[in-house]
Design a protein around this ligand. Structure first.
Ligand code: HEC
Length: 146
């Protein structure tokens, strides 16, 4: 009888040891697998603003030829003729396409948006300028904008 009791007691002890052991083992396996973050797609790299399609150097030459008489060779503006382009919020607020459209239209004195009482002629008065050249001019205007 005593032997049976001892064996039973030992079995209980062994059982609880194993149980304790088992519980002890649970902790590390319960930690969330660190693979979750790795499986996430890498955060999309912020897309760089689309580079101007135009060529700023070609644009500079076109600008000097067709725009600088009123806007200055570096777009700094000429008092009483054309506006400063380097600090123009209007220019900064337009997309390249919108800017091209604006240059094609100009801003005549009669336009309620005209701010100087001086005419901004369509394409600066040079109807030969192509859309592609306007994109070059826009690229140049972006490059001088501060
Ligand atoms: C005959 C003079 C003249 C020429 C040439 C000229 N502009 Fe202008 N431009 C103006 C005037 C004047 C204004 C301002 C109109 C106003 O009062 O709002 C202006 C305004 C602008 C503006 C808007 C600026 C702003 O802040 O509102 C842009 C953009 C512009 N011109 C681009 C050009 C480009 C590009 C060319 C060459 C293709 C050109 N201009 C040629 C006279 C000229």
């Amino acid at each position: 009888m005593r032997t049976l009791f001892t064996v039973t007691a030992m079995l209980v002890m062994v059982g609880s040891l194993l149980a304790g052991c088992g519980r002890g083992m649970e902790t590390p396996t319960a930690t969330p697998a660190p693979t979750v973050a790795a499986e996430q797609p890498a955060p999309a790299v912020a897309e760089a603003p689309a580079a101007p399609a135009g060529d700023a150097e070609k644009g500079r030459q076109l600008f000097v030829a067709s725009c600088s008489a009123c806007h200055g060779p570096n777009g700094e503006g000429v008092q009483g003729l054309g506006k400063d382009m380097q600090h123009s919020e209007f220019i900064a607020g337009l997309t390249d396409d919108e800017l091209v459209a604006f240059i094609k239209t100009g801003r005549p004195i009669g336009d309620p948006l005209n701010t100087t009482g001086v005419d901004m002629p369509p394409k600066g008065g040079n109807p030969a300028i192509t859309d592609e050249q306007l994109m070059d001019i826009v690229a140049f205007m972006r490059s001088i904008h501060e």
